[in-house]
Every structure is written in structure tokens, then in C-alpha cells.
Write a protein that binds this ligand. Structure first.
Ligand SMILES: [Cu+2]
Length: 165
């Protein structure tokens, strides 16, 4: 089993100049009331690749990972997520600060026009605070963007080893 502390493997695929990190835990909640019904799918061009959720035990938050592709000619900003399988969700970034692994709440994450952003262990993730799932499930998650649009995907639930084991 791996620790979650290493830097993201492919830093080149990550977006620089990210939205500011804030230590305001409630920030991610603001969007959570939006668009649960998922009526307004995001315009074609923004897509989710390989969504998966790492689940350990019910008493611990699960973490959602995916690659977000922005095929449009405008930057998009991810501002939150919601899932009926998570209770509450938050956008987090794992970081090593003075040698100590931390998770920092993130208010928004920008994906440049034509770019992509990789959510992976050791970096960005959706924290699923109260997981209601089991390994093998496919749980619905709706991503929310600053422009009010949403994008839904089913995340495959894995155990601690993730998709590779
Ligand atoms: Cu987290």
C-alpha cells in the first residue's frame, strides 16, 4: 500500500497558476446546493476521464480522482462537487508542507482552454466526507463550475490500492 504523500507524478500535466488555496472549510459547501438534478450538462468539450473513488472504511473520507479535459476555447474553473454517496464533499489538494503531508481546501481550480487537469493521489482530489459505498460500486458525482454549469460522472469505487491493483 502506498502513502499519499509523494508529489504528483506528472507535474507537467498540472495546471499552474491555480486558484488560490484557502483555509476556509465551508467554501466548498456554497455550491453544493446547486444543480443536484444535473439538468444542465456542460457543453460538449469538457469531459471527465477515468473517474474513480478510493474507499477505505466508512469512518474515513473517500477520495475521488479523475482527469478533467477542457476541449473548449475558454478556461473553466471547477468550484465544487456533490454526490449522494458522499454526504458532503470538498475540493482538496494534498501537499507536503515542511515535510508534513497536509490536505488543503481549494476554492476553485482552473483548467485552461484546451488543457487538462489530473486529480490523483498526492494532489487534487474530491474529498467524500461521509462515504456510503462499497468497493465495486459506481457512484454518481456532479462537478460544478464557476459558470454555473455541471458535469456528472459515475466514479468506480476501489479499495485503498486504487485502480492499479
Ligand atoms: Cu482530502
Amino acid at each position: 500500500m502506498k502513502t499519499d504523500n509523494r508529489p504528483a507524478a506528472s507535474s507537467s500535466s498540472r495546471v499552474s497558476g491555480l486558484g488560490s488555496l484557502r483555509l476556509i472549510l465551508g467554501a466548498a459547501l456554497a455550491g453544493a446546493l446547486f444543480a443536484a438534478a444535473g439538468g444542465a450538462a456542460h457543453a460538449a468539450g469538457v469531459s471527465i476521464e477515468k473517474p474513480w473513488m478510493r474507499f477505505i472504511i466508512k469512518m474515513r473520507p473517500a477520495a475521488g480522482y479523475f482527469t478533467l479535459h477542457n476541449g473548449t476555447d475558454k478556461a473553466v474553473s471547477l468550484t465544487g462537487a456533490s454526490s449522494s454517496a458522499c454526504g458532503m464533499t470538498m475540493l482538496h489538494e494534498s501537499k507536503e508542507v515542511n515535510g508534513i503531508a497536509k490536505m488543503l481546501p481549494v476554492k476553485s481550480i482552473k483548467v485552461p482552454a484546451g488543457g487538462k487537469l489530473v486529480f490523483q493521489p498526492g494532489g487534487y482530489h474530491i474529498m467524500c466526507m461521509k462515504p456510503k459505498m462499497k468497493i465495486g460500486d459506481h457512484v454518481p458525482v456532479t462537478l460544478k463550475f464557476a459558470d454555473g454549469k455541471t458535469l456528472a460522472a459515475n466514479f468506480t469505487v476501489t479499495g485503498p490500492g486504487g485502480m492499479n491493483r
